[in-house]
Design a protein around this ligand. Structure first.
Ligand SMILES: NC(=O)C1=CN([C@@H]2O[C@H](COP(=O)(O)OP(=O)(O)OC[C@H]3O[C@@H](n4cnc5c(N)ncnc54)[C@H](O)[C@@H]3O)[C@@H](O)[C@H]2O)C=CC1
Ligand SMILES: O=C(CO)COP(=O)(O)O
Length: 332
């Protein structure tokens, strides 16, 4: 198959490397000319995924159009806040001769203006193509190294072409499951980042394994409550994109969301952590939007509310812990 991967951050690069290893024709597109040129000369993405060699077979570019003209499937690997713009750019260039059979978003957040999930943005802006999402406990470094991992490919419809796509992504190091719940998978992928920030705080405060297990378990309960109210299927949250990614991100030393939470608990200010950083901390943004949505729908979200207060109201992490522990007792 021919894949266009748009967005040359850590995750786009890791996916492109993986698809190249699977024997596909792959073009990885960076939006910045100088970044594409630097990658082409060093055969490495030093800015976002240092250490992973880019083989000559993987094509690098900075223009979207040539990659789209050839593509069977397009992977959108930008941060969630840039997804709508990127889709609009594609829509403005669209030609009926293109052979694109699917567009797949791999970001884990919400559109800041509309609060839409990535799959909803795809459906709205690129209605001509089947829209899917890929998500799971898969950090870029592990996939780039070829360490074993598994994820979910979710489309609302099922077809032979989508099953071919599932097969095209899979090899002996990467196992891709199919799901018919792109809404649930998108919700799970963005919510786990918020709870990973809470788990990072737990690490930063040195609260130990009992506390972290309790926090993770109650985070899952909250994720299921929010996710099912917002339209996801309950079983999705016990799958790879739900509990799988929640565990990976909450424990991974590599996780930007978990590390952000850990540093918060150690006294590093939000603005100092976010200013001038090249890479995304999706949970720090999406917690604001989820809080707004959950309030409107009157969903009780005690952990998410505390993460919001930590990030946007300068709440002291030890006070957040005290407030969580002193809530009215209830049934599990
Ligand atoms: N890094 C990881 O391990 C994983 C990341 N993700 C998700 O994938 C998304 C991207 O993450 P990373 O690649 O890690 O981000 P990153 O922080 O490494 O890089 C973001 C990339 O997106 C590019 N970008 C920004 N605006 C863009 C636009 N309008 N059009 C095209 N490209 C644009 C930036 O130039 C940069 O190359 C995030 O939503 C993240 O949650 C999902 C799974 C794993
Ligand atoms: O989504 C991820 C792994 O599944 C990456 O998590 P971070 O963005 O926290 O690094």
């Amino acid at each position: 198959m021919n894949f266009a991967v748009l967005g040359a951050g850590a995750w786009g690069t890791a996916l492109a490397l993986h698809l190249d290893r699977c024997g596909h024709t792959v073009t990885l597109v960076s939006r910045r000319l100088e970044h594409a040129a630097e990658m082409a000369s060093s055969r490495e993405n030093k800015d976002y995924l240092p250490g992973a060699k880019i083989p000559p077979s993987l094509q690098l570019g900075h223009e979207i159009m040539p990659a789209l003209m050839e593509a069977d499937a397009v992977i959108l690997a930008c941060p969630a806040k840039a997804l709508r713009n990127l889709c609009e750019e594609i829509a403005s260039m669209r030609e009926s001769s293109w052979g694109i059979s699917a567009v797949i978003a791999v970001c884990k957040g919400l559109d800041p203006q509309s609060l839409d999930l990535p799959v909803e943005v795809l459906k709205e802006v690129l209605p001509h193509y089947p829209a899917g999402v890929l998500s799971g406990p898969t950090h870029a470094g592990g996939l780039a190294e070829g360490l074993p991992s598994a994820a979910v490919l979710a489309f609302a419809e099922d077809s032979q072409w989508i099953r071919d796509l599932q097969g095209a992504f899979s090899n002996d190091a990467f196992r891709l499951y199919f799901s018919d719940d792109p809404i649930g998978v998108s919700l799970a992928g963005s919510l786990k980042n918020i709870f990973a920030i809470a788990c990072g705080c737990c690490d930063g405060l040195g609260l130990g394994d009992n506390a972290k297990a309790a926090l993770l378990t109650r985070s899952l309960a909250e994720m299921v409550e929010i996710g099912t109210t917002l339209g996801g299927k309950r079983e999705t949250f016990s799958g790879l994109s739900g509990v799988g990614d929640l565990v990976a991100t909450s424990y991974g030393p590599w996780s930007r969301n978990r590390t952000f939470g850990e540093n918060l608990a150690k006294g590093k200010l939000v603005e100092d952590q976010l200013k001038d950083r090249k890479t995304v901390v999706e949970g720090a943004l999406s917690v604001r939007w989820y809080r707004e949505r959950c309030r409107k729908m009157e969903i009780s979200t005690p952990i998410l509310d505390e993460v919001y207060s930590l990030v946007y109201e300068e709440k002291d992490p030890s006070h957040a812990l005290r407030d969580l522990m002193s809530r009215q007792l209830k049934s599990e």
